[in-house]
Design a protein around this ligand. Sequence first.
Ligand SMILES: Cc1ncc(COP(=O)(O)O)c(C=O)c1O
Length: 352
Amino acid sequence: MSSTTTGPAARVFSSDNAAGGSPEIVEAMAAVAAGPALPYGADECTAAAESRLSEIFERDVDVLLVSTGTAANALSLAALTPPWGSVLCHRDSHINNDECGAPEFYTAGAKLVPLGGDDARIDPEQLRAAARHKAGDVHSVEPSVVSVTQATETGAVYTLDEIRTLGSITEEAGLRLHMDGARFAGAVAALGCTPAELTWRAGVDLLSFGATKNGTMTADAIVVFDRSLTSELAFRAKRAGQLTSKMRFQAAQLDAYLRDDLWLRNAAHANAMAARLQEGLKAVPGVELLGTADVNILFCRLPRRITEALLAEGYTFYHDRWEPGVVRFVTSFATTERDVDHLVRSVVRHAA
Ligand SMILES: Cc1ncc(COP(=O)(O)O)c(C=O)c1O
């Protein structure tokens, strides 16, 4: 988990996707390379990953391994809405802003209906209204599925009560519930509740279970709680080019990710690094923290001269993408305390 580098890698705060792979996962992938295995997910390693997920979620689940979070989201939504349906989501959600229309494409044209709410969390009252808006009216799209992101795109988490509230509004309106869990591990680590409580016990039908941002390299999954959807999802995944022939390599990553709580240890570490950064930056003159980093994402407003000085030092992070002056720092399982402290010291120096 730790690295002593002070080179360019130590200055990467652009994305958790920039991190490499956890050593345990790299080793597991290499181990399955020796010898043959049945293709297309009929191998033992895929079965092992599936049974680990069933253990973690405290019930039998079906699992589809996919190579990207976008595929997990778009395939899940396609299984949960007809083409004339709508997907109720937050206006800042990844599905609404960052997936190049994949949800609309895979659903064959369902409409994304963006809702508001603080810190990219859907406001329950807005959801209540939208969930019944023009339901049954052939002139409009039919409200069909709610998609929540846990943890959110701004680094916040929904509390368990908040998820349960959205789950009941969804159920009362007769809609389905999808969770984009690109940073699900971060949310579980931050909240300390069980994966089951956060998902199917609150009404989640399908979970996009992200892992690539937190230790795996090319392996995410769709976790299926409503198993009547599995067969349809399997056809959809193949049709989308997501049924990998050498599935064992993705499965080995996921299996190692879930073994001995590596997924939670990695996430807790990434969260702690963002908290350390937040603590270090909070008293720096001119730096305004925006929201709180419940997980591994910290947004803040920086004076332009500080942003430019950090960039000149070789730091990488997104800036001016949301609003002028707003920057985003993302930590990962591979970020070290030393990396964070260097960044804080640089900001302090440039602020002086
Ligand atoms: C909230 C969220 N959902 C899904 C994804 C998955 O994206 P990708 O298709 O790049 O794996 C991301 C990646 O940044 C994300 O932040």
